[in-house]
Design a protein around this ligand. Structure first.
Ligand code: HEC
Ligand code: HEC
Length: 340
């Protein structure tokens, strides 16, 4: 009998010591990290499966999604750059055409309420038509893409595995791409390990975290490093009206979605128009170059009659060293998200 109690005790002990901040178990269904907020993506309408993720991965890296079969989603969203476009200020698409906005990072999309810098799309399943039909990105239509893919037996097999029959519809196409995108969870950075008590920060990183919490976390908030609001952070000479283009409310002019800062070390250049190449430039902007020429500058950036966020060079160095603890090398090298 004693032995029996002992076994139960050991069982409870093992349960309690299970890692708190587990890696999302996407090989056995979509399990959100325990310290993340509630998932926004509708997993009831489009239940997660590895087969859908695998089909979505193939579609993401398939250049046949573009008119002349040269540009894939992965052309502008590269894993090494945390799925932003390395070294490209604005998007660079079909026929070498340039867009007007910087390609954002892609991860933790299951938690994101609105997509695009201006939040113009609210449903990830309805998102994919945008880059595909955009004349400066892929310049193609989903029906034409599906006609191209139908001639490829691999896709017949992949659709069959993912949906039970090989029928290729726009809905299935969108759902598979979304499943791939929501599977891209980044929660294994040094900072996450620190939160889980598995590592410590250096004194510089710790000082940077404290400064970050005082100076940056009111907008780059919480475990996702964004509150998903639209704000004007005082960039000079912007012609892009941002959130106004969607809401047509004057007070939304020049406001852009607060981006997550996870993996920020890897996703240069920065801001909606890719104007800054380095994190030093970003911090110099916040400390020295915030302007109030647009009337919608965030009130947080004009406290005590001071424009911007006053910081010494030493404080900037510390904040940057903290930001680098948000780099998630496991995510950036995870073969489940790679082309091959
Ligand atoms: C030519 C480059 C290019 C291609 C190709 C491209 N994208 Fe993008 N992507 C961008 C740019 C630029 C934005 C931001 C546009 C904006 O905010 O107005 C963006 C935004 C996004 C977002 C929104 C992210 C967020 O945080 O709001 C998602 C999701 C996305 N792309 C997925 C895809 C998928 C899936 C494909 C393929 C079907 C694709 N992209 C193809 C450049 C590209
Ligand atoms: C008032 C809200 C607010 C505060 C405070 C704030 N930011 Fe931002 N941040 C934004 C917004 C909004 C953007 C996007 C602006 C754009 O692209 O037009 C942004 C963009 C960035 C980017 C570029 C991200 C990318 O993917 O291109 C970095 C890096 C950044 N902020 C770091 C910081 C740091 C570090 C601090 C503290 C010193 C800070 N921010 C304080 C709102 C804020």
């Amino acid at each position: 009998m004693k032995k029996f109690y002992y076994i139960i005790l050991v069982f409870f002990f093992l349960q309690c010591t299970k890692e708190e901040n587990t890696k999302p178990d996407i090989d056995n269904g979509f399990v959100a990290p325990t310290n993340f907020p509630a998932v926004r993506y509708n997993l009831i309408e489009n239940p997660y499966s590895n087969e859908k993720r695998e089909l979505g991965r193939k579609l993401f890296y398939d250049a046949r999604l573009s008119r002349d079969n040269t540009i894939s989603c992965g052309s502008c969203h590269q894993q090494v750059a945390s799925f932003a476009h390395a070294g490209h200020r604005v998007s660079h698409g079909i026929d070498n055409k340039l867009g007007t906005r910087n390609s954002p990072t892609l991860f933790n999309l299951a938690w994101q309420p609105l997509f695009f810098w201006d939040g113009g799309v609210g449903d990830l399943d309805l998102f994919h038509v945008n880059p595909i039909q955009n004349p400066v990105e892929m310049d193609e239509t989903i029906p034409a893409v599906i006609d191209k893919l139908k001639t490829d037996n691999n896709y017949l097999t992949l659709f069959n595995k993912a949906f039970g029959t090989s029928e290729m519809t726009a809905i299935r196409f969108n759902q598979a791409l979304s499943t791939f995108l929501i599977s891209m969870v980044s929660n294994q950075s040094k900072y996450d390990e620190y939160l889980a008590g598995k590592t410590t920060l250096t004194s510089t990183e710790q000082a940077g975290l404290d400064l970050f919490n005082q100076k940056c976390a009111s907008c780059h908030t919480g475990i996702l490093f964004t509150d998903f609001s639209f704000r004007n952070n005082g960039l000079s000479t912007t012609s892009d009206l941002g959130r106004f283009r969607v809401s047509v409310i004057a007070t939304d002019s020049f406001k852009f979605k607060v981006p997550s800062l996870r993996n920020i070390e890897k996703s240069s250049p920065y801001m909606h128009d890719g104007r800054f190449n380095t994190l030093d430039e970003v911090l110099n902007h916040y400390s020295n170059s915030v302007v109030n020429t647009t009337t919608t500058l965030d009130t947080i950036l004009q406290r005590n009659n001071t424009l911007g966020i006053p910081m010494t060079n030493d404080e900037k160095t510390k904040i940057i060293s903290f930001l680098k603890t948000l780099t998630d090398n496991k995510f950036l090298n995870d073969s489940r998200f790679s082309e091959f």
